[in-house]
Write a protein that binds this ligand. Structure first.
Ligand SMILES: C[S@@+](CC[C@H](N)C(=O)[O-])C[C@H]1O[C@@H](n2cnc3c(N)ncnc32)[C@H](O)[C@@H]1O
Length: 214
């Protein structure tokens, strides 16, 4: 991932994030070593803040990895009085690894694990959610939106990662399917009367979208 923000600005923003536990810091080190794309502390903290502000107790993550982003949502759900964060990834090894980390962080009471394709898992969920976080393969972003919209409660919040895609979204020569899909999702969210959204340009860009109550 190309860093879009100047190094000094990134470091300044990161320094404003409350100190993470040794377990979370170890996850950050692991992600750096293995080049695994976690949302990182600044975006993670914003996710925590939003989930906390809206009092989220039912959260669905699409594309959870080894549990780093999940940890921020799980903390918010605990602070909000308890509930469920659905950790969904199609790789059983990653799910197991996430369980180890999230248990060590004390989130056993709020995290539910699913090893499967995330959009199908959301489609078959019986309940609706206060907050949905999307970090799956980027080509799948546009097709996931109608299902997300159906499963998010009115007044719920959608957060989508990588909406700046290392700056490829403003490179007119980039015609890759991932970049097109991200641009398409941006258009779907910003043009729809059902959503009010803003792209927060931290790290790789977090789209924060509010589902308008009808
Ligand atoms: C970007 S990483 C997730 C990082 C995580 N959100 C974090 O910040 O800690 C996306 C993960 O979801 C998996 N994934 C991608 N598309 C998926 C899908 N449609 N269903 C389930 N898992 C998916 C990828 O294999 C990868 O492990």
């Amino acid at each position: 991932m190309t860093r879009l923000l100047p190094t000094e600005l990134s470091a300044y923003l990161e320094a404003l994030v409350p100190k993470r536990s040794p377990e979370l810091q170890a996850m950050e080190v692991d992600a750096r070593k293995t080049n695994f794309p976690i949302i990182g502390p600044t975006s993670g903290h914003l996710c925590y803040l939003i989930a906390k502000m809206i009092g989220a107790r039912r959260i669905f993550e699409l594309g959870s990895g080894f549990g780093y982003s999940t940890a921020f949502f799980a903390k918010a759900v605990q602070d909000n009085g308890g509930g469920v964060v659905n950790h969904v990834v199609w790789d059983a090894k990653l799910s197991k690894k996430a369980k180890r980390h999230l248990s060590a962080l004390g989130f056993n009471d709020v995290v539910k694990y699913h090893v499967c394709e995330a959009v199908e898992a959301l489609r078959s969920a019986e309940e609706s959610f206060d907050l949905i976080f999307n970090d799956i393969d980027k080509e799948a972003y546009p097709d996931a939106l109608p299902i997300i919209e159906a499963k998010l409660k009115p007044g719920g919040v959608l957060i989508v990662d990588n909406m700046l895609w290392s700056g490829r979204v403003f490179d007119p020569s980039d015609k890759s399917p991932e970049t097109r899909a991200i641009l398409e999702l941006s258009h779907m969210l910003t043009a729809s009367p059902h959503w009010t959204s803003a792209l927060v340009p931290i790290r790789d860009g977090l789209m924060v979208a509010f589902k308008e109550p009808k």
